[in-house]
Design a protein around this ligand. Structure first.
Ligand code: TRP
Length: 414
């Protein structure tokens, strides 16, 4: 067994390896840079068991509603956020009057975001509103230099552009600090990065992230950088005095779990709380449920920059339909809702429960046709995208500077 610089004993290498589930008949890979499954469909149940996180069940959602006094967000009610780690501890503490902060992030690898990229931010904005807690958002411009080979300057530029889309989601400037790694890398967070690094051996990193000695060194070091914002002392300008050991809740997609498994492992050794997580599935591609939407195929997703014409065209042309191929058959047999992408999208974006169940009932029985369901989806998506575009256009360079200014947040719990 290896020893840290402080002499503590380290746990054995991560048995979960890099998210690969071995089975004779199928194999799926889910880690921060690869999501794939034989046959295309991710088995989330298997993933929860492999990763060792917990399922977000109805009783926890009801508890969430009781404590916040608000209806659960549609992403929560309809199972897009489906797993967690220690969410009940955060709720227990919150009920006792103990606060926490939120931490999420984005790797700025492309200019235009699609709806799947917005999901964690829309949800985080909701959490910020219902709990009235501070939020830190990490833009990992450094990560994309290490993993995507982008130049430092290009990564920095993309981070700033992405910050505008994030701000357009409506975050409260009095509770939100957005930072990019290159510009924020200041002594306090760097000290935590080194503390974390001192607890994790190369074996452990290889075990969790599946790296080989052919990979560049940056990839071995980056996990500490994504871990550090889970600890409040990385932000002494926000969390000082009585807030210096605040709990942290991280909304993210399940592929980020390996980073925070490592972080949670390290936390007690540094006398911090383990960060809690609330984790989402991947947003399905227009073509169907085969992992994440792909930034390299513009027809696999709805982008926040799409025109209303693009949206209409993409939904009509590419959204995989579970409807029958002739009118007569559709009337007779109805649609297969299990595989129907318009229904899946409506499930996550149509807030009205009664309307959704009426659509499902009619479409599933053949009373409604694919074209009608798609038309409703086009309306719903157009509204979301138009709203986003209007908000994005109103974000100025000064606003970006203001969100990214290293400053106290005196009204963060007000
Ligand atoms: N690695 C993430 C990505 O590539 C970005 C990220 C950094 C993040 N910190 C995070 C995501 C915390 C979720 C939560 O998008």
């Amino acid at each position: 067994m290896a020893s840290t610089a402080g002499g503590e004993t380290l746990a054995a290498p991560d048995p979960i390896a890099d998210g690969r589930t071995e089975g004779v008949e199928e194999e799926q890979v889910v880690n921060p840079w690869e999501v794939s499954a034989k046959g295309g469909k991710i088995d989330y149940d298997k993933l929860v068991d492999k990763f060792g996180c917990q399922r977000l069940d109805d009783s926890l959602i009801q508890r969430f509603e009781r404590i916040t006094g608000r209806r659960a967000h549609v992403f929560l009610r309809r199972g897009l956020f489906f797993a967690h780690r220690d969410l009940s501890d955060i709720l227990d503490a919150y009920e006792r009057g103990e606060k926490f902060y939120l931490y999420t992030g984005r790797g700025p690898s492309s200019e235009s975001l699609h709806l799947g990229h917005l999901v964690p931010f829309m949800f985080t904005k909701y959490l910020q509103d219902v709990f009235k807690v501070p939020l830190v958002i990490q833009l990992t411009d450094d990560e994309k230099c290490m993993w995507k080979g982008l130049s430092v300057e290009e990564s920095e530029r993309l981070a700033r552009e992405n910050a505008k889309d994030i701000i357009a989601c409506g975050f409260d400037i009095e509770r939100t600090f957005i930072f990019a790694d290159f510009s924020y890398m200041s002594p306090p967070i760097y000290k935590n990065i080194v503390r974390i690094a001192n607890c994790v051996t190369g074996n452990k990193i290889v075990g969790i992230f599946g790296l080989t000695l052919e990979d560049y060194g940056g990839k071995f070091f980056f996990p500490y950088i994504q871990a550090a914002p889970s600890f409040p002392s990385s932000f002494p300008h926000i969390f000082s005095g009585k807030h210096s050991n605040l709990r942290c809740l991280i909304p993210c997609a399940i592929d980020q779990d390996p980073y925070f498994r490592m972080t949670r492992d390290v936390a007690p050794r540094l006398s911090y709380h383990k960060p809690a997580l609330i984790e989402s599935k991947f947003f399905p591609a227009l073509q169907g449920e085969s992992g994440k939407m792909s930034a390299s195929d513009p027809n696999s997703a709805i982008y926040v920059t799409d025109s209303l014409k693009d949206i209409k065209n993409k939904v009509n042309k590419y959204a995989f339909s579970g409807g029958q191929d002739t009118l007569e058959k559709q009337r007779k047999y109805g649609a297969n809702l299990e595989v129907d992408v318009p229904v899946k999208y409506l499930n996550f974006f149509l807030d009205d429960d009664a309307e959704l169940s009426s659509i499902k009932e009619k479409y599933g029985s053949g009373a409604m046709l694919t074209g009608e369901v798609k038309a409703r989806l086009i309306e719903v998506l157009s509204e979301i995208v138009e709203r986003h575009q209007r908000a994005r256009a109103a974000v100025t360079e000064e606003m970006v500077d203001a969100f990214m200014a290293v400053r106290p947040l005196p009204r963060m719990f007000a």
